[in-house]
Design a protein around this ligand. Structure first.
Ligand code: FMN
Ligand code: SF4
Length: 750
């Protein structure tokens, strides 16, 4: 009986009992309505009160949890066995799910705190879990693959419980038992692996997906029931020939998405296997990789908001803390305190460590996501590598030179630099030093091993991030390119030639960026795949303003470097790198042209500076007004091109990557038969290198793809990657949420 019908009946009775007096009826109605409001509000207030308590309890728990007491960006962390995975939904919320009280409340999201590290370590060994393998199959392939998975996991050393194989159609009577609640196995936590085909036509999978979606959208039940699991993974089977693009394995991708939305922690990227062309060898590969990662206790990035958002932070996460600016040559006390080692690691009282473990610099760099290798090198996974792993586009170097970002490692063997550039996004948190190497020196083998290890560790941590593409994830474990830039001055490292040689031995290409302040080191540099020189300003006065160099003869050093490029290093593929900052270095085109005339670089990369947030204490004077628009960069490049051509210098605009506000000019010798050839033929580079013969920049070129050529429709965006519009995505999600809330309120009012 509804509230309206009930009150009508009661009114009729009161009217009769009171002898037809309406005043009595009105008073009764008022009391009844007030009472009803009270009844409706009381439990709601209680729920809010409980939630508040839960939040406070969570806060307290978070503070005391060893997870939050540890800086996970540090590689020196040793896991404490009592570490707990932060859980999103509390026991209070789960018990409500069972009661199914028809109240609207906002379920709490899995714990997140942007200031905390975004990694979590497994509280329990994954091998201690009970694994459930769910499958559904119309023509038998998924069943076969699921059985193969069970067999493989059964043989896994250290696995405590035998994995359970369950058909979603025959063995699971009630989906709620597994996908609204999860089986209670006492202290043993559960892992779900779903092996799912996709069917465009009606099939039982539709029903299963509907169930997941309904659970998520049902305001009466716990929105995050899958947080009770230790984790999940989905392996999709499909047919990429008949159902290509979005349709390929679409139902496995949907299941992966809904499981994540329901609070599940993704243990491994969703597998997408074409049974027509790849078949069982490929499913076995997924099974093999999944099995080996089960035994791996590497921490995971927390899947926050189902919209992993970390990549852009790299550029603006620098600390404003003036205290973190340490001149390495003056690190004195800090370094002495940490103990010293001599050259090549031998003990000596004279040698300091460039970045000692207990120094503020170490703390600041690790906080920004660097892994410090040895005592003077660093590695960090760049935002483009993360983006490419998710199929969301590579950096401009893919458009210009064919570098795939998910195969690229960004590292430096020297964290110290001799400039304090105004646009440097490190905001001066890196160590600075003038010239000679005066610190403990790590051998190149140690730097190489540590850099690769640090890089692969960070890649591995990405395995739970939504949208990671299986193929790229696997490929990423074999670095193919090394960007020697990051922070500091790589050429400063006395063993730079050995280090580069070791990269080449592994067939890893080398892009080395130097700041044109160390002519001696530049002259001695051996062959690299591409040699960059930063040209930050066209005149001595401007260079002082922009780079804030430590060496007083900075201009002479730059000029010497230009001469070296034209002479000793003319065999290299050389690139000028210009970073445009409005109000600092965008005038005086003639002086830039003078420099090009002096050095004869193969190519010129022009990039608009990016804003790294305002600074207070570090003397960085940039504001948004100093960041040029793409149109302004284009105008600058056109003027420079005209100036060079008017002097008879054969340069032209070759390629662009509008997304990064970056344009490439090249010497016209790279335009072969009317087509730009700015891309690099990497196998050819190694072949030439190994032949021992002399060779030059033109010997290992490849044609630039049409989408990257200057003026193309794509403006440098590879059509194979999905352009990810974060704002549009967020707006869409918000509208969806508002619509759901409206429906929920309407249902409640009925
Ligand atoms: C009627 C029909 C519709 C299909 N629709 C899709 C689809 O939308 N996307 C896809 O990737 N594969 C699709 N497939 C391919 C199946 O998912 C694939 O053959 C899978 O291996 C079948 O698994 P099963 O043998 O476990 O049923 C379809 C196959 C059939 C027969
Ligand atoms: S080249 Fe630089 S920006 Fe591009 S992927 Fe490599 S490290 Fe990242």
């Amino acid at each position: 009986m509804g509230f309206g019908t009930g009150i009508f009946g009661v009114c009729a009775v009161i009217y009769l009992l009171s002898g037809g007096r309406w005043t009595v009826v009105i008073a009764a109605i008022t009391i009844s309505v007030l009472y009803n409001i009270e009844q409706r509000n009381t439990p709601k207030v209680a729920v809010q009160g409980e939630l508040k308590e839960v939040k406070i309890a969570k806060k307290a728990k978070k503070k005391s949890s060893p997870i939050y007491a540890v800086d996970f960006t540090s590689t020196s962390y040793t896991p404490v066995s009592t570490s707990k995975i932060p859980r999103g939904s509390s026991p209070v919320l789960r018990s409500r799910a069972v009661r199914r009280s028809p109240k609207v409340f906002k379920a709490s999201k899995p714990i997140q705190n942007v200031e905390e590290p975004s990694l979590t370590r497994s509280a329990v060994n994954l091998l201690d879990s009970q694994i459930y393998i769910f499958y559904t199959s119309l023509t038998g392939s998924s069943q076969r693959v699921a059985s193969a998975l069970q067999t493989k996991l059964e043989g896994l050393e250290g696995l405590k419980s035998k994995p359970k194989l369950m058909s979603l159609d025959d063995d699971v009577d009630d989906l709620e038992e597994f996908f609204m609640k999860t089986p209670d196995n006492g202290a043993t936590k559960n892992i779900y692996v779903l092996v799912l085909p996709s069917y465009e036509t009606d099939s039982p999978i539709d029903y299963f997906l509907e169930h997941l979606k309904d659970t998520y959208q049902d305001f009466r039940v716990d929105k995050y029931p899958m947080t009770a699991l230790l984790g999940f993974a989905v392996l999709g089977l499909g047919d990429s020939e008949s159902w290509s693009g979005e349709k390929f394995c679409y139902q496995a991708k949907l299941a992966d998405r809904w499981m994540g939305k329901l609070g599940g922690r993704r243990l491994f990227p969703v597998g997408e296997v074409c049974m027509k062309y790849e078949g069982e060898p490929r499913t076995n590969e997924w099974i093999q990789n999944f099995a080996s990662l089960l035994a791996d206790d590497e921490p995971f990035y927390i899947d926050q908001d189902n919209d992993f958002e970390d990549s852009d932070k790299e550029d603006d996460s620098a600390s404003d803390d003036q205290d973190t600016l340490v001149d390495v040559e003056d690190m004195g006390d800090v370094i002495r305190k940490s103990g010293t080692r001599g050259l090549n690691g031998s003990a000596s009282n004279d040698m300091k460590e460039m970045v000692a473990k207990d120094s503020p610099t170490y703390k600041s760099l690790t906080k920004q996501g660097y892994t410090i290798v040895g005592s003077h090198s660093g590695v960090k996974i760049c935002r483009w590598t993360k983006s490419a792993l998710r199929g969301r586009g590579s950096c401009y170097k893919f458009a210009f030179y064919g570098i795939k970002s998910h195969l690229c490692m960004e590292t430096t063997p020297s964290l110290a630099c001799s400039n304090k550039c105004v646009f440097c996004w490190r905001h001066g948190t890196n160590p600075v030093a003038k010239s000679n190497w005066r610190w403990v020196l790590d051998p190149p083998e140690k730097v190489m091993e540590g850099a690769l290890q640090g890089h692969y560790q960070k890649i591995k941590q990405m395995r739970g991030v939504p949208g990671i593409q299986m193929d790229r994830f696997q490929e990423a474990f074999q670095v193919r390119h090394c960007a020697l830039s990051l922070v500091g001055e790589p050429i400063f490292y006395p063993h730079i030639n050995e280090f580069v040689g070791m990269l080449h031995e592994k067939h890893i290409s080398s892009f080395l960026v130097c700041n044109a302040q160390h002519p001696d080191n530049l002259a001695k540099l051996s062959k690299v795949t591409q040699l960059y020189v930063s040209i930050d300003a066209p005149t001595k006065k401007d260079l002082k303003k922009v780079d804030r160099p430590l060496n007083s003869d900075f201009w002479d050093r730059l000029m010497s470097c230009l001469d070296i490029l034209r002479t000793v290093q003319s065999h290299q593929r050389t690139v000028f790198r210009l970073t445009l900052v409005k109000g600092f270095n965008m005038n005086d085109i003639e002086s830039y042209a003078d420099m090009v005339e002096r050095a004869h670089p193969s190519q010129i990369e022009i990039k608009g500076a990016t804003f790294c947030g305002s600074s207070t204490g570090n003397g960085n004077p940039l504001t948004m007004q100093n960041i040029p628009f793409y149109e302004e960069c284009k105008d600058f490049v056109t003027s420079l091109c005209n100036e060079l051509q008017s002097r008879g210098l054969n340069y032209d605009i070759a390629a662009e990557h509008a997304h990064s506000c970056c344009i490439l000019m090249a010497h016209t010798k790279f335009k072969i038969n009317g087509k730009w050839h700015t891309h690099i033929d990497y196998p050819k580079f190694f072949e030439l290198l190994e032949s021992g013969k002399d060779f030059i920049d033109l010997d290992y070129v490849k044609e630039t793809p049409e989408w990257a050529v200057w003026g193309s429709d794509g403006a440098g965006f590879n059509p194979e990657d999905t352009k990810f519009d974060r704002k549009a995505e967020k707006l869409k999600n918000r509208l969806q949420r508002e619509e759901q809330a409206k429906i929920a309120l309407e249902q409640q009012a009925q």
